[in-house]
Design a protein around this ligand. Structure first.
Ligand SMILES: [Zn+2]
Length: 182
């Protein structure tokens, strides 16, 4: 059985910060990266998106599970891959939930577009031009950020927007603010 790629955590910041290169040819190597990304995403609890640099591959490929909501409810679609995704239009910047498989247990509120038109190639190498709306737009925007070495913590504008969670005495999930060294 093939060894599963390991998701890089924030300790590997240099790798996460490195900009990814466009895919030039859809070959077996690229298809293998796509498979690895989708498989790894499926094995991550609550995982809805993963970008190639998060498995230490610096190619412009992301995998996303659409149809999620900020609360993680709803039936997620199976993962799809976007190759060389390029934002051609974005609007409806709103505050929403953010989190990242490379930062387990850390959450934030960030401002991202809730309307996103993206061009690129699908996993068969066919060109696409499609619109993502609502939290799907937030998700795709987050993953494209990874290809440029941008992390969600960079988009936190107010310190109180970065938090972890814990259960209080009554079993309610409460936010615990995190202070980043500034
Ligand atoms: Zn992420």
């Amino acid at each position: 059985m093939a060894v599963k790629p390991i998701v890089l955590y924030s300790e590997n910041e240099a790798a996460l910060r490195k900009k990814s290169e466009p895919v030039r040819v859809m070959n077996r190597h690229v298809k293998k990266i796509i498979r690895d990304l989708k498989d790894t995403l499926l094995h991550c609890d609550n995982g809805i998106g993963l970008a190639a640099p998060q498995i230490n591959i610096h190619s412009r490929i992301v995998a996303v599970r659409l149809n999620s909501s900020a609360e993680g409810e709803g039936n997620l679609d199976p993962p799809i891959a976007l190759v060389n995704p390029e934002i051609v239009e974005s609007s409806r910047e709103e505050r929403d939930f953010d989190g990242c498989l490379s930062f387990p247990g850390l959450f934030a509120e960030t401002v991202r577009p809730h309307y996103l038109r993206v061009k690129g190639l699908d996993e068969r190498g066919q060109p696409f031009d499609r619109v993502f709306e609502g939290f799907d737009a937030v998700l795709v925007h987050h993953e494209i950020d990874h290809l440029n070495g941008v992390l969600f913590i960079d988009r936190v504008t107010r310190p109180e927007d970065l938090y972890t969670v814990r259960e209080d005495e009554e079993g309610n999930i409460i936010r615990v603010p995190v202070t980043m060294g500034k």
